[in-house]
Design a protein around this ligand. Structure first.
Ligand SMILES: [Zn+2]
Ligand SMILES: [Zn+2]
Length: 339
């Protein structure tokens, strides 16, 4: 089969390799659509070197069709249109036993620790696979994974009907969070982003107010939009080093900040608002049981992935796709590869 493999940082090649051989408890999936995610870009640039073994196949967001079924898998059949949770957890560590496999001590994910989905076929454990419900296309289903990240973060935020929710960053995840927050009952979603056309898109996808922090002070702007009180919930998806300080500044007393964006730099911010406001700061990593919930919401049309998909490219063009994202040659939001 053909696979897009990373041989060293920024060196991708389309290689001919053997199809994966499945165990009794696994299925082989023919990948139809595979989205490139920020994590893939980190892998491409050479981050997570302790986890990635070259030559590596990146990619963990995908939809596909079952090609082979292991003998122990009774609930799936060849030809089923499916998505799969790409996280592999151990089931026995303190986090797993406590019902939090998304922060498993022995956490593994497709495309980083194990071969990913930028290939014609991928194998996954049968219990990680979900059938795509009627009303959801294979193409749109490729975005179930990032939308599940968004659903998890909104559940961590504990959004209640009538809340004002600020979403910092309107990249692929932020644009998903904006939509999900609205569906979870936010009466006002305020979207923050520095790229103007992404703010336009955020508005189209349900944001009630948009703020460009390059033009106005975002803390002041949020205060003005909330009669001086601040936002009930702030969901930080940008990973920008100033975002956490801003989030605390625009939060109402007894509010909650959820951190989704990854920042690999040291962050400096005033910590006194945490005490003054009794602010809660909560992390949100991937998802736990959100895939079925997200599939329900997407198949009913409550969430709209369509405008997020800016490019559709072949596996061979994947090399160019990574270049576009890495060097920001075009304003790509979600690039789907079609192996
Ligand atoms: Zn992802
Ligand atoms: Zn575990």
């Amino acid at each position: 089969m053909k696979a897009l493999r990373l041989h060293e940082p920024k060196l991708l090649k389309v290689d001919e390799i053997d199809e994966p051989k499945i165990n009794d408890d696994e299925v082989l999936i023919k990948v139809r659509y595979a989205g490139i995610c920020g994590t893939d870009l980190h892998v491409y640039r050479g981050a997570m070197r302790d986890r990635v073994k070259y030559p590596a196949i990146p990619g963990h967001e995908f939809s596909g069709i079952i090609a082979k079924v292991g003998s122990k898998i009774t609930w799936l059949s060849e030809g089923d249109e499916v998505v799969a949770n790409p996280v592999v957890s151990c089931g026995r560590c303190v986090a797993c036993v406590g019902g939090r496999p998304n922060v498993c001590v022995n956490f593994k994910i497709l495309g980083v620790d194990i071969p990913g989905v930028f290939a014609e076929y991928v194998k996954v454990r049968g219990d990680k696979v979900y059938r795509i419900p009627k009303g959801l296309s294979l193409r749109n289903a490729a975005l179930v994974e990032p939308f599940s990240v968004a659903v998890h973060s909104c559940r961590k935020a504990g959004i209640e009907p009538g809340d004002v929710v600020v979403v910092i960053g309107q990249g692929p995840i932020g644009l998903c969070v904006t939509q999900v927050a609205k569906h979870y009952g936010a009466y006002k979603v305020i979207a923050l982003e520095v790229i103007e056309n992404r703010l336009e898109l955020a508005r189209r996808l349900g944001a009630d107010e948009v703020i460009n922090p390059l033009r106005v002070d975002p803390v002041k702007a949020v205060k003005e939009l909330t009669d001086g009180v601040g936002a009930d919930r702030v969901i930080e998806t940008s990973g920008h080093p100033v975002a956490l300080g801003q989030a605390l500044g625009m939060l109402r007393p007894a509010g909650r900040v959820v951190v989704v964006g990854l920042c690999f730099e040291e962050v400096k911010f005033y910590s006194y608002p945490i005490v003054y406001k009794e602010a809660e700061i909560v992390g949100s990593r991937v998802y736990i049981d959100e895939f079925p919930r997200t599939l329900n919401l997407m198949s009913k049309g409550y969430l709209n992935p369509e405008p997020l998909i800016t490019h559709e490219m072949s596996l061979e063009e994947g090399i160019k796709a990574f270049k576009i994202l890495d060097e920001k040659l075009e304003d790509a939001i979600k690039i789907l590869l079609k192996p």
